[in-house]
Design a protein around this ligand. Structure first.
Ligand code: ADP
Ligand code: MG
Ligand code: ZN
Length: 282
């Protein structure tokens, strides 16, 4: 094959991508985890490129690492996936590289959560370093919230798997945040995720509306790509309502696009397939 599509299951997104890759006249092989044994053993006609779309973070990094060591280029790279899969690592590389990001602290104990909240003030946000769809992302309005958050965990005997968590400055946003899809180095579409709830995940019911890709958005995406390398990313941005400044909230290395494409009309799968075709011919 020219391209290996590494995945857990064919979601609508991967179905669209598969069709778009075939439109580029690429020979595509779909590989679930078990199929990789054969792919990494191919000596005569090794694939040029692999797209990593595995659902589990572990599998994604695992597949990418094994393919990279075989000499296969991967989109995204294992190192980008690793950073994107951990909001703590993202906070560290963004701080080091000057990418605007909400002030964030690692906490490895309840005591450190209290210390970080002391520094940040109310409200503050506490979230697991890995996870998605808004799960476990909690807004702490006051000391009662913090005590309740801690109380729910110290009794659950789950603290061993809990830490580290990320404690973060709460950004007062204007009723929506932004999701920007980046292909290669280029933002191809931006949407507002609009919600009455403070968490604006589409999985929690936010509505999406296409919005303009401004110079500021372009600049932030360029900074993100400089840090993570070229690839396929969902870059989430929040505007601070008081200063108007945009900050990078998080970057997703396996963004879903099928449902939002139906709304905004940008053919993300085709853009991605064109980029992958280019990379496969490098
Ligand atoms: P997930 O990976 O589960 O999507 P996020 O960190 O993106 O986790 O948080 C989910 C949602 O919660 C975001 O889309 C955003 O709307 C809101 N949110 C998270 N952190 C903050 C923050 N520091 N300030 C304001 N809103 C936040
Ligand atoms: Mg998010
Ligand atoms: Zn996420």
């Amino acid at each position: 094959p020219d391209v290996v599509l590494s995945l857990t299951m064919l979601r609508p997104d991967e179905k669209l991508l598969l069709g778009a890759l075939r439109d580029q006249d690429l020979r595509v092989e779909v590989a679930v985890m078990g199929d990789l044994a054969e792919v990494v053993a191919l000596r005569t006609d090794p694939p040029a490129l692999a797209v990593i779309r595995n659902l589990s973070h572990r599998d994604a990094v695992d597949a990418a690492r094994r393919l990279e060591c075989t000499g296969v280029r991967t989109v995204n790279t294992s190192s980008a996936i690793e950073v994107c899969n951990d909001k703590g690592l993202q906070a560290l590389v963004f701080a080091r590289s000057g990418v605007p990001h909400p002030a964030s602290y690692h906490a490895f104990s309840f005591e450190q959560v209290r210390d970080a909240v002391d520094t940040l003030g109310w409200p503050a946000v506490v979230k697991p370093v890995s996870g998605s769809w808004g799960r476990g992302v909690t807004r702490l309005l006051d000391l009662d919230c913090l005590d309740a958050w801690i109380g729910g965990r110290e009794s659950a005997d789950a603290a061993g798997k809990l830490f580290p968590v990320l404690v973060q400055e709460y950004v007062e946003k204007p009723g929506h945040d932004l999701r920007v899809i980046v292909v290669g180095r280029t933002p191809i579409v931006a949407i507002q995720r609009i919600s009455k709830e403070w968490r604006t995940n589409t999985h929690l019911g936010a509505e999406v509306r296409r919005t303009e890709i401004t110079n500021e958005i372009e600049k932030l995406c360029a900074q993100v790509v400089d840090v993570l390398g070229d690839g396929f990313y969902g870059v989430d941005l929040v505007a601070d309502r008081t200063t108007g400044e945009l900050k990078v909230l998080e970057v997703n290395a396996n963004p879903e696009f099928a449902r939002s494409s139906a709304v905004h009309g940008v053919d993300v799968a085709r853009h991605l397939a064109e980029y992958l075709a280019e990379r496969a011919r490098e």
